[in-house]
Design a protein around this ligand. Structure first.
Ligand code: PXP
Length: 236
């Protein structure tokens, strides 16, 4: 399994004071030097953390891959088509949410999603759909032309260590197998930390995990190199 590190929280901290520190560009470089195989950023419509200039700089400075999380918004699509990240991950977005709360409803808007991702695919950008691990969403995703799904692991992460853990874990495992049988590659992320990440090894052929909050939180105490190295070791 590969490790994509989400650096949005570095930008959140920077923006708290409106200055330049800590610099997400430097953070991305440290992540790459310590085991990250890609860098994820979510250019939200309200630009609450990552700003346009960050992605314009990252696309030039990254040595690995840029995975741009984005909602189905025309202005963000325009930026993606301009900078051409290695991949985009389509996520739902609500203005008031603290973080991405659920998966994208691909089944409920199949034509809209298919149409939205077409120019991205036509321009050689790999497309991933961030979905809840249900059969309905997986089957719909397979019809869109996207190459990847990213399974939302938030519910599993919250259930970890409780009586619901097994059920939530099996949902992820089943969804991954169905997706792979339908020709999709499978990533996972949201809420994964240094404990609950271990069970991701039980899911066959997961490609990449995208992890942000737990790594940046740990980095406050250990430093970013150690926090990234530790997670990279756990998922190797
Ligand atoms: N994957 C996606 C699609 C996300 O939206 C997020 C959160 O921005 C993550 C992964 C990372 O989640 P966390 O910060 O909880 O590790």
């Amino acid at each position: 399994m590969l490790l994509g590190v989400n650096i949005d929280h570095i930008a959140t901290l920077r923006n708290a004071r409106g200055g330049a520190e800590p610099d997400p560009i430097i953070a991305a470089d440290i992540c790459e030097r310590n085991g990250a195989t890609s860098i994820t950023t979510h250019l939200r419509e309200d630009r609450r953390h990552i700003k346009d200039q960050d992605v314009y700089t990252l696309i030039k400075t990254l040595k690995t891959r840029l995975n741009l999380e984005m909602a189905m918004a025309d202005d963000i699509q325009k930026i993606a088509l301009e900078i051409k990240p290695h991949s985009i991950c389509l996520v739902p977005e609500k203005r008031q949410e603290v973080t991405t709360e659920g998966g994208l409803d691909v089944a409920g808007q199949l034509d809209k999603v298919t149409e939205f991702i077409k120019p991205l695919l036509d321009n050689g950008i790999v497309v991933s759909l961030f979905i809840d691990p249900t059969i309905e969403q997986v089957q719909a995703s397979a019809k869109t032309g996207a190459q990847f799904i990213e399974m939302h692991t938030g519910t599993y992460s919250q259930a970890f260590g409780t009586e619901n853990e097994e059920k939530e874990f099996q949902n992820l495992k089943n969804a991954a197998i169905i997706a792979q049988n339908a020709g999709l590659k499978v990533n996972a992320g949201h809420g994964l930390n240094y404990e609950n990440v271990s069970r991701m090894h039980e899911i066959p052929n997961l490609y990449e995990l995208n992890i942000g909050h737990s790594i940046i939180s740990r980095a406050v105490f250990t430093g970013l190199p150690e926090a990234v190295r530790k997670m990279a070791d756990l998922i190797k």
